[in-house]
Design a protein around this ligand. Structure first.
Ligand code: SF4
Length: 206
């Protein structure tokens, strides 16, 4: 195998004299005279006109903080939130690519295009059915309320077999969500407890 020096390696990467001098530490001083500096041309800062929104990664229960950059209500970039005590700016590969949920860079045009696989409507599959039907939110919310009430009314236990007051239903279970914040999970827990639901869980064990 051919041996190459550090200087040869940097040259092979296309780093010119000034770049090599920078890596050389103390010996860089003479090479950094103004006339020796390369003529860097910086493009416009691509996030200059974007709006920053602090959010939480929706993929798992770690709840890493992210900053979402958007322009014209479209997500254009995401990075880890350095102020978040959980991840201090770091993101795993899943979190780094979370903007692909709404749009991704098309391989041919190199432009961001909407992710058409994203589910944006209420889909309902009837018990025993094999097809998904598109429904509106009003229908879905009232249907969920109707079914929760019916199930609770039919299964509510005021006392257990020993006569101890329990005021519970074991016919409903509820899962929290990593995509909502602490306060929303707290409210969800309150709602479920007020219904007597005792089978509760959350992917981060909140
Ligand atoms: S960035 Fe990775 S570890 Fe953090 S919440 Fe998202 S999926 Fe989980």
């Amino acid at each position: 195998m051919q041996k190459i020096s550090r200087r040869d390696f940097l040259k092979s990467l296309g780093i010119g004299t000034a770049g090599v001098a920078l890596f050389e530490g103390a010996s860089a001083a003479p090479a950094l005279a103004k006339e020796n500096l390369p003529d860097f041309k910086l493009g416009p800062f691509k996030l200059k006109r974007t709006k920053e929104t602090a959010s939480v990664c929706a993929y798992c229960g770690c709840g890493c903080g992210i900053i979402v950059y958007s322009e014209n209500n479209k997500v254009v970039f995401i990075e880890g939130d350095p102020d978040n005590p959980i991840n201090e700016g770091a993101l795993c590969p899943k979190g780094t690519t979370i903007s692909d949920v709404s749009s991704f860079v098309d391989k041919k045009s190199h432009q961001r295009v909407p992710n058409r696989q994203r589910v944006t409507e209420v889909l309902y599959r009837a018990p025993g059915g094999s097809n998904w039907e598109v429904k509106d939110w009003d229908w879905a919310i009232s249907e969920i309320a109707k079914r929760v009430k019916k199930t609770r009314d039919e299964s509510f236990e005021e006392k257990d077999e020993q006569g101890v007051t329990v005021n519970r239903t074991q016919a409903i279970a509820h899962l929290g969500s990593a995509t909502i914040d602490n306060e929303e999970n707290y409210l969800m827990l309150k709602l479920m407890r007020s219904l007597g639901v005792i089978n509760l869980d959350h992917c981060a064990r909140l």
